[in-house]
Design a binder for this molecule. Structure first.
Ligand code: HEM
Length: 129
């Protein structure tokens, strides 16, 4: 597989994880007090993990189509591809860790910085086109 093909593969796997996590939430969401109720910190972070699968799938899909215009041998393109994958993997994990212990909130630096790096490198390549 070429570098950017991984972004496409992650995108579709994350869409499946999004459906699966939605199914898991759906098994319990009729219970008013589940995870402390709809507005509780824990329940919001579980929901955020579910939504992040779809959001980051779309970002990786967008990157795949945008990167078709780039020269994939450039280190910036390879780094952006990896950064979007790291962001997609680490964001739902951080949401779940945070849902159970908010003292680990600084872990969000990992998805946030990798996604920002991917965005900056992609933007840089786009304006060079
Ligand atoms: C198999 C497909 C899906 C299932 C079974 C599912 C299930 C659920 C469930 C049960 C909740 C409520 C969680 C709670 O009560 O805490 C929820 C929330 C949510 N889902 Fe999904 N979902 C699916 C697909 C999607 C898709 C495709 C999107 C968007 C691209 C999406 C976006 C959202 C959003 C934004 C919320 C939060 C809504 C709110 O806070 O009011 N879901 N989902």
């Amino acid at each position: 597989m070429k570098t950017c093909d991984w972004n496409m593969a992650v995108a579709w796997l994350w869409i499946l994880f999004g459906f699966a996590s939605g199914f898991a939430l759906g098994l319990n969401f009729h219970r008013e007090d589940w995870l402390g109720g709809y507005g509780s910190h824990r329940r919001r972070l579980y929901r955020l993990a579910h939504i992040s699968f779809f959001g980051l799938a779309i970002i990786n899909l967008l990157f795949y189509f945008t990167a078709r215009e780039f020269s994939v041998t450039q280190w910036q393109v390879v780094a952006a591809s990896r950064a979007f994958i790291v962001g997609a993997i680490s964001m739902p994990i951080c949401c779940l860790i945070m849902a159970h212990d908010s003292k680990y909130r600084t872990l969000f630096v990992i998805p946030v910085s990798s996604l920002m790096l991917g965005g900056i490198l992609t933007f840089w390549e786009v304006i060079k086109l």
